[in-house]
Design a protein around this ligand. Sequence first.
Ligand code: ADP
Ligand code: MG
Length: 705
Amino acid sequence: MSEVLNVEEIFASKVFTLGKMKERLPRNVYKEVKKVMDQGGELSKGAADVVAKAMKDWAVENGATHYTHWFQPLTGITAEKHDSFVTHPDEEGKMLMEFSGKELIKGEPDASSFPSGGLRATFEARGYTVWDITSPAFLKEDATGVILCIPTAFCSYKGEALDKKTPLLRSMEAVSEQAIRIVRLFGNTEATKVVASVGPEQEYFLVDREKYLQRKDLIFAGRTLFGAPAPKGQELEDHYFGTIRERIGSYMKDLNIELWKLGVTAKTQHNEVAPAQHELAPIYETANIAVDHNQLVMETMKKVAGRHGMTCLLHEKPFAGVNGSGKHNNWSLATDNGVNLLDPGETPNENVQFLLVLACILKAVDTHADLLRQSASDVGNDHRLGANEAPPAIISVFLGEQLEDVVKQLVETGMADHAIQGGKLQTGVSTLPDPDKDATDRNRTSPFAFTGNKFEFRMVGSSDSIASPNTTLNAIVAEAFCEAADELEKVKAEDFEVAVHDLIKKYLTEHQRIIFNGNGYSDEWVKEAKRRGLPNIRSMVEASGTLTTDKAIRLFEKFGIFTKAELESREEILYETYSKTINIEALTMIDMAKKQYIPAVIKYTKALADTVIAVKEAGADASVQAQILSEVSAKLAEAKEALSALEEKMEKSATIENQKELAFFFKDEVFVAMEALRTPIDELEMLVDKKVWPVPSYGDLIFEV
Ligand code: ADP
Ligand code: MG
């Protein structure tokens, strides 16, 4: 028997939980902390000192030597700078480990080397990290030792957000404030806030580390830039939910343990559609913490993979031709007295508050489909959205049979007098139970699907932070709630019922074009969406401009989520990020083609030529060898030509100064030239002796983990 794992005991053992604070803080300080957490405001200096000391004592007892303000700059990953608790020794050389309230609350990393998109000139290097009391501090343990990590927001000297957390927190406050107005209209006087909850399902690939190290594309770009398809792909559908192999299972076990210790509720694990692809989902929690935890999940996935001789690939499309990876972002809103605003109940047609919330969300998604699409774009996700993989780049909402029917009744008659019920599941086997059925089947092709009591936003990329999608969701829904509340608060009590019905009908009628329950992967949908006037934004660079339309600026400024300057800087950073990423990919391709593929093929042609001569000399028929030689030589010439073309494009790119123009050049010219280089090399891989091929193949990478 293996050792019994006490999950309850290890869970959150590395987190400075509320429970630990309660234990270690004087009552009044604990109460102050709790109040700030729940209602906002600032901790007094005295209380901050007490919290800092308790936090430090706990950390040191658990082996910590350093602390760090852990933050999320616009690189999309997290950043940390460690400071030890070491202080100046006294005369006798005795040193005491210390940590003050001031150090807890504010840090000042040099901000000049983080992306700021022109918000801050390099000479204005000051940036501040500010403690986010709503996300618990935790311990990170690795070769560096044990580090106390304090989640923080990151802002410039002038208070502009330089990170992903600040706008998210602002958006959570905005949606809470507006949603409270809605629930008040329906007589809820108890709720004090409405919390956005998020459960992200994280997909990932695992490859053998030795093989990974033989592929420069995986090392530098996180995805394969070349590679002929393996004889087998995912067509047998035998990997999805398949038995988890021993090596992967032992990885998942370690991963879960590490995550549980960090207070992450790792819940579901399974094999995904593509070979070597897997998924992990935690239980949903407050959006802010879910974002932080998702960063920890991604980081821990990579770290634990190393221990198992593997590498975890979080890229959206590590391998062409097989499924890419996404991150389903499950999102809902609930009051602090336990009402999920997205719970329709048994009879949604009678649940007027739910119908209003639903109508507002449909309006929000339709009005800002472009922004929502933008929030899910990153460089890697261009290979999924709008490319030959779904979900498509067109935003639409799946409601399911039951709600679609309710919406139809409301639009047609202004009244919904019934709701389709699920009934019993009939298996046709007498010994099987007949469980209740959901009122609605699932739809796997919708980018934004209602799934019972939450929306599942499926566009998000696997490597991306989920901060942006949730910031955008909160913001657009806050706006719709605000507009509805503005209308309805004016209405006299006796007219409320009629007014709310009219408003629901109006919103549903005006925005029903966003509802689509059919197959989102089909070509017909692309045509139909065009007819409906829904935006189809096919790339990240095209999506970036949506941040600075008048509509977007009005929305984000109104709710204090982004200023115009912040939006402009973010757009700029997106262009820069895109160009830099494609630049790295193109340089990697050039490097691999020049130093690995072409030399290998040249060697192979030499061997073939020698064979042809030898066979001929021996008086035998060398036509097959000669034919292969000429095929390989022709492809080699094609590859060389494509390589030169790509190099030319790269030279041209160096002359473009405008960031937007450059990003479009990388998308329209460089990226296309990269594909043109890939084609002949992949064809060569199919022709050339495997022994001389310089890198592991797709088959080696995804079937032999
Ligand atoms: P699947 O979509 O694969 O069937 P689940 O329904 O189990 O998966 O849920 C997926 C994710 O959605 C999980 O992280 C889960 O905790 C989260 N989730 C469930 N209910 C809610 C909710 N009300 N709000 C936000 N997320 C939720
Ligand atoms: Mg799901």
